[in-house]
Design a protein around this ligand. Structure first.
Ligand code: ATP
Ligand code: MG
Length: 384
């Protein structure tokens, strides 16, 4: 008798038809990467995936973080022996201290002489007969649900043995994005949400030295590290942004500073993405959250993008975004009190309903291409 992890993946993965092999290969590879550094064995039994390790707890906490894994079940493996299955089911019900139960069987191995219904009924009967104390069978929502899987070996587990996984789709299966990562609460959550759906993540941070300190940069690096703990690796591109901001302040109207700055952020993100072969751009914007995130503001900043811009938080409330950031471990870093470049260059009365044409006109005072090139040429790269 030994304990293993049974790994369950997103049902969506199995809807992908011809891509199923690719999905499975990627998921398996990502699980292997997460388990690097600990001794483990990967076992396949009639299509189901299991992991054995001396340090099952650590293996479980790592595997549950892999995108595409919906559940990790800590199962007990025994030989495919009917008497042993019955005894183990009984001990599982005793362990659960429940007053009602149900047996649910999945007989994948047709060499086993009983079908799933028969096993459930007979094992249930055995448990009822041999249990000391009050116990009944309950079909809907039983206190103790014993799952029996009959494959080459047999595996048993109950609801108590199920750990929820991160969900989503295998990392890397859905293209790539350049996330604008600031030190705030929102953008790390946006990055997590894109990565969770299988999109490969690259990050760009605009740094306004000396107006923003090294500590502000460290904060963004720490956020990128947390994101990298979910993905396999993350590249963080730090772009010097002071020159651009100074140019805007000198040459443009005060109420247009914010929107023009945002357009430059977008241009630089797209240019970097182009150079690195990254397909899209993502931000942590949410409609109406601040004065610059109005419909018009978003339209005018998207105007300069040459690829799709994704804003996964667009319809979310701040409270819900904060809940996710706490859960994924970025919140405490995000609330460290260091200024970001946007808080230093905020105009008193920013335009909340900018229009594309007048903004394009205002930008004619600037050498846009040279400013973008200068910023992109001086990017620093960090790998996490
Ligand atoms: P966040 O909490 O993500 O900082 P926010 O609510 O503070 O967002 P803004 O400061 O207006 O909103 O920024 C909106 C989005 O623009 C951010 O979510 C982020 O994607 C991007 N962004 C803002 N500042 C920077 C920066 N210095 N470097 C990289 N991206 C940035
Ligand atoms: Mg911010």
């Amino acid at each position: 008798m030994k304990k293993l992890l049974l790994i369950k993946s997103a049902p969506e993965i199995f809807l992908k038809g011809l891509n199923r092999n690719k999905f499975e290969r990627l998921l398996k590879k990502n699980i292997a990467k997460k388990l690097e550094g600990i001794e483990y064995e990967f076992i396949t039994d009639m299509g189901r995936w299991f992991v054995y390790s001396e340090d099952l707890e650590e293996a479980c906490s790592r595997v549950r973080k892999v995108f595409g894994v919906t559940q990790v079940c800590i199962v007990t493996q025994i030989e495919r022996d009917y008497e042993e299955i019955k005894k183990l089911a009984l001990s599982k019900v005793i362990e659960a201290k429940a007053s009602n139960f149900k047996i649910e069987t999945n007989r994948a191995n047709k060499e086993f002489p009983k079908n799933s219904m028969e096993v459930s009924r007979e094992v249930g009967g055995y448990v009822l007969t041999n249990y000391e104390g009050e116990l009944s069978v309950k079909i809907n929502n039983p206190e103790c649900l014993v799952k029996v899987e009959i494959r080459d070996k047999a595996y048993l587990y109950t609801k108590l043995d199920i750990v929820k996984g991160e969900g989503g789709l295998p990392y890397g299966v859905n293209g790539s994005t350049m996330l604008m990562l600031s030190g705030g609460i929102d953008s790390p959550v946006a990055g997590y949400m894109m990565a969770r759906r299988g999109v490969e993540l690259h990050c760009v941070y605009y740094h306004s030295h000396p107006y923003t300190s090294e500590r502000a940069k460290d904060k963004v690096k720490d956020l990128a590290k947390v994101l990298a703990s979910y993905t396999e690796k993350v590249n963080l591109y730090v772009v010097p942004f002071t020159e651009i901001q100074m140019g805007i302040i000198e040459k443009c109207r005060e109420d247009e500073l914010t929107i023009i700055m945002r357009r430059f952020m977008m241009r630089v993100a797209c240019e970097l993405a182009e150079q690195k072969g990254i397909q899209s751009v993502s931000t942590g914007e949410s409609i109406g959250q601040v004065a610059s995130q109005t419909m018009e503001g978003l339209i005018v900043s998207t105007d300069v993008a040459d690829r799709p811009v994704f804003r996964p938080l667009i319809s979310m409330d701040k409270e819900d975004i904060m809940d996710i950031s706490r859960r994924i471990g970025t919140y405490d870093i995000s609330i460290r009190p260091y200024e970001d470049c946007c808080t230093i260059f905020v105009p008193k009365h920013p335009k909340t309903k900018p229009q594309v044409e007048p903004i394009r006109k205002s930008e004619e005072a600037l050498d846009i291409d040279a400013l973008v090139k200068e910023a992109v040429d001086n990017v620093e790269v960090y790998r996490f």
